[in-house]
Design a binder for this molecule. Sequence first.
Ligand SMILES: *Cc1c(COP(=O)(O)O)cnc(C)c1O
Length: 240
Amino acid sequence: MTDDRRAELAANLAGVEERIAAACAAAGRPREEVTLIVVTKTYPASDVRILHGLGVRHMAENRDQDAAPKAAACADLDIHWHFVGQLQTNKVRSVAGYADTVQSVDRLRLVTALSGAAVRAGREVTCLVQVALDAESGQQGERGGVAPDGVAELADAVAGSPGLRLGGLMTVAPLRGPYAGRQQAAFERLMESSSRLRADHPAANMVSAGMSADLEQAVAAGATHVRVGTAVLGVRPRLG
Ligand SMILES: *Cc1c(COP(=O)(O)O)cnc(C)c1O
């Protein structure tokens, strides 16, 4: 059973690796510029263990109630955990206990809460500001995220908060609005935000964009991190 699953995950991973390598080659980018993050949400800790054995070191989860026990079950492995879901402030203390990077920072209250939790846990948490390209000024995106004109304020807050390190930006391609169905344009817009951000924060050079369906467009636009779930682990039993 485990051997079957290992073979399945190895084959899927090889397919994704091939896609990333081809996208890098097409864009004239070195393969090392792009980090694959495997999104393990809804899948068991045993899959995380298999993936680690296959060389994956970056994993992501989007719900604390699933992520916390999974991270604990894999605490003996050197895994860099990314939190990529909408985050309530009452979960921050738990998330700061295992997440190395929180990619979904989208409001000031969350920055304050994460900073307090990171300091208390004696950990440094890398934060990405999640940009909602479908959000109007001052609004949140449907799947979280801050409108593009709110990025600078949040980034400055992260950079000035103890326990936090400003890593860069993250987005999920919008399903609605002017960017619906135009992933490449959406990711290019994110890269513009990233350029502006790096003018003030040169070290904040992470750009997390692209999932199973659109990683090629993300790599073409300049993403440094792609977050892939389905293409590695299979279609999730339910929306997660
Ligand atoms: C689930 C998820 C992914 C991975 O999506 P797939 O389509 O399964 O590759 C990436 N990013 C976020 C924020 C997610 O919630």
